[in-house]
Design a protein around this ligand. Structure first.
Ligand code: PLP
Length: 370
């Protein structure tokens, strides 16, 4: 019998019960560990390994369905580690042109190192046409902030046939929403700043792979560039994992209820939520995802209307990022860099009571429409 997601997340990475020991050992603060004589692991120097990371890495590996996890100081540290440690001058990387904008910003850096970068949209599995001759195919599904979805298993099969590795930025889904490795990816990468830790108080990232050599390359990269999480952040993240399934269940229920309530609203266009039965991504999302995430996106007619909407919300904080227990929303175009209209809202559902959240959004839309 396989345990359910809540059972797994509450137990993940916690050591066997031991008399008088805590359920989850506190953070180990150490820049170095006692090390007499010859150099031997597991714990030598704090940039290389730390027992608090080990417990968190084991936990995330369990949730990913098995593998070797390396945790990083942020999502971007994980993204850049996966890209930079696996490609060299002369290689080709295929990226989604609608992925998280800072991941896309790595393009210039890669090209300056002699790597060719080819871009294609997430929607319609357009990256399939670019896999020939690639070393690494980077997927982000659902994409942030457009919420398009691509077929991981299908693209992974084509990429593998072409001799390429496949990495999936799984930030939006989390391992309890989508098992990227089971679907055929070589690497599952994520910003754990978002839904995985879910309290808006930690920056963290991870890379998980079932390939020993790839894991070693990623680990060596972390040691070399020093993009390591603090023990306190790693411990907080592990503590947060216990409620991951609970949080996701409420957040995704809120997101579906919100998207359903907003369908056909006269002020809105471009409503997207992969869990909505008539969303263009739904059929594919339902095939590969078990939870559709906490983000709903839609557009108001103008920047002004969007700002009025955000200003009228009572329960929803105007803030960037997503995945927190508190609902947040932002006018995404204020940052520049994403191909979205001026009134585009990325809305992240928290764990508030569904009726309260929807009532608040509807009253704010009334205000915005006046
Ligand atoms: C936020 C985000 C990142 C970057 O993560 P940080 O923790 O902010 O460094 C990468 N990918 C996606 C899809 C994200 O949403």
């Amino acid at each position: 019998m396989v345990d359910g997601d809540s059972t797994r997340s509450v137990r993940a990475g916690r050591p066997e019960a031991e008399q008088h020991a805590p359920g989850l050992p506190g953070p180990t603060f150490a820049s170095h560990f006692h090390l007499a004589g010859e150099v031997a692991g597991p714990y030598t120097y704090g940039r290389d390994t730390n027992p608090t990371w080990t417990l968190l890495e084991d936990a995330i590996s369990e949730l990913e369905g098995g593998g070797l996890t390396t945790v990083f100081s942020s999502g971007m540290a994980a993204v850049s580690a996966a890209m930079m440690s696996l490609v060299s001058s002369g290689d080709t990387v295929v990226m989604p042109d609608d992925c998280y904008q800072t991941s896309r910003a790595l393009r210039d850096r890669l090209e300056s190192y002699g790597v060719t970068v080819r871009m294609a949209p997430t929607a319609g599995n357009a990256q399939l046409n670019e896999v020939r001759g690639a070393r690494l195919v980077w997927l982000e599904t659902p994409s942030n902030p457009g919420l398009d979805v691509c077929d991981i298993a299908r693209i992974a099969a084509a990429a593998h046939e072409a001799g390429a590795l496949v990495a999936v930025d799984n930030t939006l889904a989390t391992p309890l929403g989508q098992r990227a490795l089971d679907l055929g990816a070589d690497l599952a990468v994520a910003s754990d700043t978002k839904s995985l830790t879910g309290h808006g108080d930690v920056l963290l990232g991870h890379v998980t792979t079932r390939d020993e050599a790839l894991a070693q390359a990623v680990r060596t990269w972390r040691k070399t560039v020093g993009a390591i999480p603090g023990p306190m952040e790693a411990w907080l993240a592990h503590r947060s994992l216990a409620t991951l399934a609970l949080r996701l269940d409420r957040q995704t229920a809120n997101a579906l209820a919100l998207a359903t309530a907003l369908r056909g609203h006269p002020l809105l266009s471009g409503l997207r939520y992969p869990g909505l039965a008539d969303d263009p991504a739904h059929v594919l999302a339902a095939k590969q995802m078990s939870r559709f995430g906490c983000v709903v996106s839609f557009a108001l007619p103008s920047q002004d209307a969007a700002d009025r909407f955000l200003g009228a919300l009572r329960l929803v904080t105007e803030a960037t990022s997503f995945g927190s227990v508190t609902s947040t929303a932002e006018r995404r175009a204020r940052w520049g860099g994403d191909a979205v209209p001026p009134g585009f809202i990325r809305f992240s559902c928290g764990i508030e009571d569904t009726d309260d959240l929807i009532a608040d959004v509807l009253q704010a839309l009334d205000t915005a429409g006046r």
